[in-house]
Design a binder for this molecule. Structure first.
Ligand code: PLP
Length: 323
């Protein structure tokens, strides 16, 4: 196995806590939460684990500017901006959306961390990203391109090692439920589950893709991540568990199920979810509990991936205020 370089910046191990009151309220299986919303970097979240490996790769090639991409309230972009600030690197974020008059949520944080923002539209995003990168290169800024969600084979290793961390914490569970979107988190977990002998199942709640697309993306990335570690493991799409029944009205559109999940988790656990990812994943987990998907004796861990600052972003504050 090849030793993979990594910077150490996340607050690890993240805590594993019982959610006894939510569990009792739902009358379901025993629930736990793993607090990757508390990874420590600029309000934390799952991207910090991936960025530990991706930044090491960037520093190894002499990068001076981190360039990345995402939606208007991207948590990945915010954590990348914080990381760049911490390491004295420049940061350029290519965001799709309309620049608002007053920045809210992650947009305020991006500004505080000193990131430069380039606005674009979703259809033009990839082309604009390439253009921004090429310009930065021509200007001698030594840019390093981090793809969407840091979901590269190297980035996924953050969650391969997170599974080792979880196994060492000694909390035995039958299921891990996690929000899954750009595939890196679930890919790393799938590989880590295999390598470290996790006896349970990892279920990704799809945030924005049909089931088979996400299964394929996760399996492909997990296989590439194994290769990055020097292992010839092949992970197949049918080995990846995905539920895509909770896509709602689309990416980043908060509906009733997400609002209910956010309210219940806050009310019963004092725990904050986000409207885009963890609110949807929790809505999925609650839906599955209500359908009797889990056995009453199952132990189910909700892997919290962060996203808290989005709760204070424009469309969502209004929705919670009933406006
Ligand atoms: C990015 C993100 C996810 C999804 O992780 P992927 O690796 O893209 O699947 C889940 N939750 C939050 C809060 C995120 O920011």
């Amino acid at each position: 196995m090849t030793a993979i370089p990594r910077v150490r910046i996340a607050h690890l191990p993240t805590a594993v806590e019982p959610m006894s009151r939510l569990s009792a309220h739902l009358g379901g299986p025993k629930l736990w939460v793993k607090r990757d919303d508390q990874t420590g970097l600029g309000f934390g979240g799952n991207k910090t684990r991936k960025l530990e490996f991706v930044l090491a790769e960037a520093l190894a090639v002499g990068a001076k500017t981190l360039v990345t991409v995402g939606g208007i309230q991207s948590n990945h972009c915010r954590q990348t901006a914080a990381l760049a600030a911490r390491y004295g690197l420049d940061c350029i974020l290519v965001l799709n959306g309309t620049q608002p008059e007053i920045p809210t949520g992650n947009l305020i944080l991006n500004e505080l961390f000193g990131a430069k923002i380039v606005w674009t539209t979703r259809p033009e995003r990839d082309a604009r990203l390439k253009q921004v990168f090429d310009e930065a290169w021509a200007e001698g800024k030594r840019p390093f391109l981090i793809p969407l969600g840091a979901s590269t084979p190297t980035g996924a290793l953050g969650y391969e090692s997170a599974m080792a961390e979880f196994m060492q914490q000694g909390v035995e569970v039958d299921w891990i439920v996690v929000a899954s979107s750009s595939a890196g988190t679930q890919a790393g977990m799938a590989l880590g589950a295999l390598r470290h002998g996790f006896p349970g199942k990892v279920l990704g709640i799809s945030i924005d893709s049909p089931e088979q697309d996400l299964q394929q993306a996760v399996a492909h990335l997990a296989t590439e991540a194994a290769d990055r570690m020097g292992e010839k493991t092949v992970i197949k799409p049918e080995d990846i568990l995905v539920n895509a029944d909770y896509l709602g009205a689309g990416y980043a559109i908060m509906g009733e199920p997400e609002m209910e999940a956010i309210r219940l988790t806050a009310r019963f656990e004092g725990l904050v979810l986000d409207p885009v990812y963890t609110g949807r994943a929790m809505a999925g987990m609650i839906g599955l509990i209500r359908q009797g998907f889990f056995k009453p004796t199952d132990r189910v861990l909700f892997w919290h991936t962060g996203g808290g600052p989005t709760l204070f972003a424009e469309p969502y504050v209004k929705q919670f205020a009933g406006k």
